[in-house]
Design a protein around this ligand. Structure first.
Ligand SMILES: [Fe+2]
Ligand SMILES: [Fe+2]
Length: 279
């Protein structure tokens, strides 16, 4: 199995605008909301897996080290983007403080380590679906401002490279279908809850009500459909399709082969100078 390779992207976010996704405030803030979840979430993944590192066979331990390197760099890159959001006047720090306290100061503190690992595995599955969607030809990411498209594509490609690492760790230390399902339930509730809450807060910061935000997303999808680009609501893509795949008893993240998509995207990022030629 290939070892995930951490890369340092060449990205600057100073020029990123307030409507960097599809020139639309509602869609941009919905995506900024999930961006806010990433850094602390990725550090939670690392903590959850690290507890079991010493129990793993050498080849899986090597993949885990690559996973740590990739997630750590994702967290740093998204945090650099937060400076741009701060400069735009968004209440980034107040929102992060509330999210991090509740998610990691309260929920993680009382959750048993195996549950944290199982939640990590389910969240990595949702992240892989987001990544696959970000890289498909009809993805809204294709109409994002260049720096943000490159950030999301670099992140997505590495998510697909390490999509099975946490899963294989759970299989190694606690191969239980019931535990995997409990993790899925917690992951769905926390990702869905925090993402929706942050989107509402960011919409509110722009004077947009929840109803108007949802209506704007619907209008954007209708416009895309009319121009021949079908975009499913994110809730269907991530949660409905994702859960259906994950509850199958024999599920494994490598059931879908993403290697061609990964290589094609890496070639584009190299050609654009986002990652080094040898990366
Ligand atoms: Fe990541
Ligand atoms: Fe990941």
């Amino acid at each position: 199995m290939k070892i995930p390779k951490p890369r340092v992207p060449n990205l600057a976010f100073g020029r990123v605008g307030r409507r960097w996704l599809a020139n639309d405030v509602a869609a941009t803030q919905l995506t900024n909301a999930v961006n806010l979840l990433f850094p602390a979430g990725e550090r939670f993944f690392i903590r959850s897996v690290r507890r079991y590192q010493d129990r793993l066979p050498a080849d899986l331990r090597a993949r885990v080290r690559g996973f740590f390197g990739q997630e750590g760099r994702h967290a740093q890159a998204h945090e650099r983007f937060f400076d741009t959001l701060r400069a735009q006047g968004l209440p980034v720090d107040a929102l992060l403080e509330r999210y991090e306290y509740l998610a990691y100061g309260v929920i993680e503190r009382f959750a048993p380590p195996l549950l944290c690992l199982s939640v990590t595995v389910a969240l990595e599955h949702f992240t892989a679906i987001l990544a696959e969607n970000a890289l498909c030809d009809s993805s809204p990411v294709t109409v994002a401002e260049k720096e943000m498209r490159q950030l999301l594509e670099w992140h997505a490609v590495e998510e697909l490279e390490h999509k099975s690492v946490a899963f294989d760790v759970l299989e190694e230390v606690a191969p239980s279908y019931a535990l995997r399902m409990v993790g899925l339930a917690f992951a769905t509730a926390t990702l869905g809850g925090f993402w929706f809450w942050l989107a509402r807060e960011l919409w509110a910061a722009h004077g947009i009500t929840t109803f108007d935000g949802l209506r704007a997303l619907h209008a954007l999808r209708s416009k895309a459909t009319a121009s021949g680009r079908r975009i499913d609501p994110v809730i269907l893509r991530v949660f409905s399709q994702g859960i259906r795949a994950y509850v199958r008893p024999g599920f494994h993240p490598d059931d879908i082969d993403h290697r061609e998509l990964v290589e094609r995207t890496l070639a584009r990022l190299r050609a654009e100078g986002v990652i080094a030629a040898a990366a």
